[in-house]
Design a protein. Structure first.
Length: 378
């Protein structure tokens, strides 16, 4: 594909996401706290029919075999409309894990189901807050009748409320096991906590859950490497979502500054507010530039150390910028910005949840510092 065709392809993808987002009511995000529903399966199927759930899925499994940069376009556009469906959790985090599977039968079933919208997988890997280490787990998988008997708990499972099953990491005598646990598996229970934006985070408890060998996704060092790669890629796409949120928040704020009149003139004419708006615009542009550079690095399939450093660079930068811009957006809206009816408040709440998911800014700056590469770039 030529560079011109490649640019045209991404432009068409961006236009399709923009058209879809126009038909999605931002009020859906406000209703989440009342309905406790974060995924409309009809909307999920529409996203599948448009090809977005299969952006990273290989063509032989019904996907499009595109790049991470293409998925970033989709995620950023949907984030501008606060679409609540767990795109990154399923179509990036879960998709990357499944793509690396050496269980061809299960891989085909789950990837085809994901791409078509028939199966919504969720990855249950984290057990404690603040960790970015895919191998730091306590859940145990004990050999049992050719498969495994699994015990333990997983926290912070995004997409769990609507998931048809869970990709679970567990320790065994053979090393890490990545296992497919159907939602209705005997001994599996899920509890939910409501996040700031109204979406749900799940805690998955497994008590003597029997997993057949046919449901083993990956094993050993390959499983650890696959999960680590998936986490890094999902963190970068979450950064793209943060870029969409900060961009829309700043647009709303600039519109308000042009229309709100005080002392007989638009408040946007006040120099102090102009300077603040320019500072926020600079943060937005810096974030977009860093994200673009990181996407180019990751689409080149770098080694694990370079990949992790790049992912942390994007997540730290976009997290800090999104929190700053959305919080400043509320302040610049004045008293109305703190009301329930003002949409800008929905954006700061979504920014807060995305900022914490897959590592906050502090965690990623610490990890970046440990890599000791890309010196001088922040």
């Amino acid at each position: 594909m030529s560079q011109q065709d490649f640019s045209e392809h991404r432009s068409m993808l961006s236009d399709s996401v923009t058209d879809f987002a126009r038909g999605v009511d931002v009020a859906r995000a406000r209703k989440l706290r009342e309905t406790k529903t974060e995924c409309d399966r009809a909307v999920w199927k529409q996203m599948a029919d448009l090809g977005w759930l299969g952006v990273l899925v290989p063509e032989q499994y019904g996907g499009m075999s595109l790049k991470l940069g293409d998925m970033a376009i989709v995620a950023q556009g949907l984030a501008r409309a606060l679409v609540p469906e767990p795109l990154t959790a399923a179509a990036v985090l879960a998709a990357r894990v499944l793509t690396d599977s050496n269980n061809e039968t299960l891989k085909k079933k789950l990837l085809e189901g994901l791409a078509s919208g028939a199966i919504l997988p969720a990855v249950a890997w984290q057990e404690q807050a603040g960790t970015l280490d895919a191998g730091k787990i306590n859940m145990q998988a004990t050999p049992f009748e050719g498969g495994f008997r699994v015990n333990g708990s997983k926290r912070f499972v995004i997409g769990a409320s609507s998931a048809d099953g869970y990709i679970v990491s567990a320790n065994s005598a053979q090393g890490m096991q990545l296992l497919w646990v159907p939602r209705d598996a005997a001994g599996a229970t899920i509890k939910f906590d409501t996040l700031a934006d109204g979406r749900l985070s799940g805690t998955l408890n497994l008590a003597d859950v029997t997993i057949a060998k046919e449901h083993v996704i990956n094993t050993g060092t390959a499983a650890v490497a696959s999960l680590a790669r998936a986490i890094d890629h999902a963190a970068v796409i979450a950064s793209a979502e943060l870029c969409g949120i900060m961009g829309r928040s700043l647009e709303m704020t600039l519109d308000y500054l042009k229309t709100r009149v005080q002392f007989g003139k638009p408040i946007g004419s006040f120099q102090a507010l102009q300077h603040r708006a320019v500072d926020l615009y600079i943060q937005q542009e810096l974030s977009g530039a860093v994200l673009g550079d990181v996407l180019n690095v990751l689409d080149g399939e770098p080694d694990a150390k370079t990949r992790s450093a790049a992912a942390s660079r994007a997540k730290a930068r976009c997290t800090d910028a999104a929190l700053l811009i959305t919080r400043q957006a509320i302040q610049m809206h004045g008293a109305i910005g703190f009301t329930e009816d003002c949409d800008v408040g929905l954006y700061v709440k979504r920014a807060m949840t995305l900022a914490a998911w897959l590592g906050n800014g502090i965690a990623h700056r610490r990890r970046y510092a440990k890599t000791e590469i890309l010196e001088g770039v922040v």
